[in-house]
Design a protein around this ligand. Structure first.
Ligand code: KDG
Ligand code: MG
Length: 402
């Protein structure tokens, strides 16, 4: 089955998405998500200039060989731009493979290990009162696992907290906005926040929190230790992931489970973390971490070391990415949880999907392939809008992690 053509579709139904569509001589096409928040056009250029010309004429069924062609064969390996492009190619080819066999993708990944996918929702508010209310709303919607982020008195903009009554969306139009950060205020606030969440809602709900890379290892160790009484499902990105050894210090001091990797893009970002059992959950998503072909290997390595998956699923990953994740989540044994932020209603004008939320879980229909389609005419109604993630500075102006 030969690849005859491929094209990149960029649209902005509320936020930017980059989708790769690969066509074959069997009349079957596949979709891959190539969205890299705030760096969309860089991935488009890499795909259009370097990947698509090399894809045409190849056999779409050879997912393993084509993965290595675009990874090893590229010489300039790894990195978020090239790996987002490679991930999109891999997802599109697996979509084609499953459609050609007229079966849902999960059947090619081992079949179903479970019937539905446990998800976690986001609850946030501009202060602790609003945040507690938001947790209550998610409980009422049936969520069994809830990520809690809150505005902190004395700090103007906080990661994970929505502006006004809009759903949370970190990318803003134009150049990056600057935010201010205060680690001391954050560290004294968060344990109190989780104490009040547990006091209000009890123990019968999984709670998660995202530090978003903003602590040093010793600060993260203090936080993880002080959060122990509230039994978090996980503490995410407690330190920035470039230095894998940073997690060792956190681990030595606390039993709070640790998740990391939404900005990772290969298995090599995880080797120390997994083999030394320094983490509990891998977050690297299919659409940034090399697609089905590479994540299958990462998940298998993780399984040997009692590490589970908890894929990134923010709204800057398109419905193609979420649906592909759900197939993977259904299939593997060491699935842990899936992040779920519903996309804005305008997204479903462009993408049709086969998943639905019910009582704390996502359910997937039995459509062949990944099960997502994109309406190209409708996508044209939503042209690309330049947008960027914020940057972060400490109070004295020092540039810090966002
Ligand atoms: O584009 C950046 C977002 O995807 C990220 O900030 C979301 O940290 C995030 C999460 O855990 O969903
Ligand atoms: Mg995160």
């Amino acid at each position: 089955m030969k690849i005859t053509d491929a094209k990149v579709i960029v649209c902005c139904p509320g936020r930017n998405f980059v989708t790769l569509k690969v066509f074959t001589d069997a009349g079957i096409y596949g979709l891959g998500d190539a969205t890299l928040n705030g760096r969309e056009k860089a991935v488009v250029a890499y795909l259009e200039e370097h990947c698509i010309p090399a894809l045409i004429g190849r056999d779409a069924r050879n997912t393993e060989d084509l993965w290595h062609y675009f990874y090893r064969g590229a010489y300039w390996k790894r990195g978020p731009v090239t790996m987002a492009a490679l991930s999109a190619i891999d997802l599109a080819l697996w979509d084609i493979k499953a459609k050609a066999l007229n079966t849902p993708l999960y059947n090619l990944l081992g079949g179903k290990s479970r019937d539905r996918v446990l998800v976690y929702a986001h609850a946030n508010g501009k202060d602790p009162g609003e945040t507690l209310e938001a947790v209550g709303k998610k409980r009422d919607e049936g969520f069994l696992a809830i990520r809690v982020q809150s505005g902190i008195p004395g700090m103007s903009a906080i990661y994970g907290v929505a502006q006004g009554d809009q759903p949370y969306e970190p990318a803003q139009r134009g150049l990056p906005k600057e935010e201010r950060w205060d680690t001391a205020k954050y560290l004294s606030f968060v344990p109190k926040l989780f104490r009040s969440v547990r006091d209000t809602y009890g123990d019968d709900v999984h709670l998660l929190h995202d530090v978003h890379h903003r602590c040093t290892p010793i600060e993260a160790a203090r936080l993880a230790k002080e959060l122990e009484p509230y039994h978090l499902f996980w503490l995410e990105d407690a330190v920035t992931g470039e230095l894998q050894e940073g997690l060792r210090l956190v681990r030595q001091h606390s039993t709070t489970p640790l998740a990391i990797g939404e900005v990772f893009n290969t298995a090599y970002d995880y080797t120390t973390l997994i083999t030394e059992q320094l983490i509990d959950f891998v977050r690297m998503p299919l659409s940034h971490g090399g697609g089905i072909t590479h994540l299958s290997k990462v998940a298998a390595l993780a399984a040997l070391y009692h590490v589970q998956t908890g894929f990134h699923g923010a709204t800057d990953l398109s419905p193609v990415s979420l649906a592909a994740s759900l197939h993977f989540d259904l299939a593997i044994n060491n699935f842990g949880i899936q992040e779920y932020m519903p996309h804005a209603p305008s997204v479903s004008e462009v993408f049709t999907t086969g998943y639905r939320y019910e009582s704390g879980f996502l359910h997937l229909d039995d459509a062949p392939g990944i099960g997502v389609d994109l309406d190209e005419e409708r996508a044209k109604r939503y042209p690309y809008v330049p947008a960027a993630l914020p940057v972060n500075r400490k109070g004295d102006g020092t540039l810090f992690y966002w």
